[in-house]
Design a protein. Sequence first.
Lengths: 97, 117, 135
Amino acid sequence: MTRVLHLISKSPSDTVAWSVCLDRTAEGDAIMLLGDAVYACHHQAWLAGLGDRQLYVLAPDMRARGLQVNDLSPLVHPVDFEGFVDLTVAFERIISW
Amino acid sequence: MRCVYLFRSGPGGGNRAREAFDLMLTLAAFDQEIEVLLLDDGVWQLLPDQRSERRGAEMVMPPWNELGLYGIGEPWVETESLRERNLESRSLAMPVREVERDSLAVFLRSFDRILGD
Amino acid sequence: MDDLETSTGEKGFLKYTLQVNASPYQGEAADLAFGFASALVAKGHVLHRVFFYRDGVYHALWRASLPPEEGSRLMRWSKLANERGVDLVVCSAAAHRRGVWDPEEGSELAQGFRVAGLALLVESILETDRYLVFG
């Protein structure tokens, strides 16, 4: 089964990416937050809609913004660039939203 | 290979649309099976009667009506993207096929390569 | 990791195409691209090509000089290309349009960059295992 990694780099205030992204993912897909999108890992309402989708966030981008990597919801998995690479190996398709 | 090309932006914004279209046409030249999908503001690309009146520079409109010449079928549009913009497929400049948002993930997975805007 | 049938023939290592659409200072996309590219090659995967499209063509301007604290950003792609043999390609049409390259006169691009058409991007996308777009 082909799995897709969805990359989001726009801030949560960009309503299109946020409100529809979840609806456009399938079971087995994962979402990765980059850049300003990392702020979303503190948006409880959005996290509540994740269901069983995996959510990853780029830790260097969090640290750059003064966000703590160690007080995240268990739904959110911080990764560094090496982990980001590993994700792209595991997922056959990568879409940047 | 089966490829899908996504358009998510409208026709404005300088060369954005033209450069997106150029890449799609280059892909078409490689004799692959290509589908085009318009999402979000991408559906505005197909509004009829777009007129280039930009001062100082021509707003270059991609030749949507020439898709067939490149072996590309009718574009797909996401139903919700139309509805959210108060559009219907019959008000667009060309015939399209619709795909619903909750079928989109499965639709995208069916392709070998996903490209786009 | 499952055994992967890859285009390099080597189990577990994949061949990548990266597309960079953002200029060096347009948000973070370019930094993300470089961070990813560095980690990718460090892990042993093949970075087949980095194709600079749209405003990404500005990365090839060698004349740009940077304030001292930004120094490491200048030439970083060139350095990667030099050390790892990565093919850095700038789209001819996009570069011409933006005054980065002139087909008549040529232009001096940063070391390691070359100019080519979109066909090289498409070819790369079709031939490699993974394709990512930044910006």
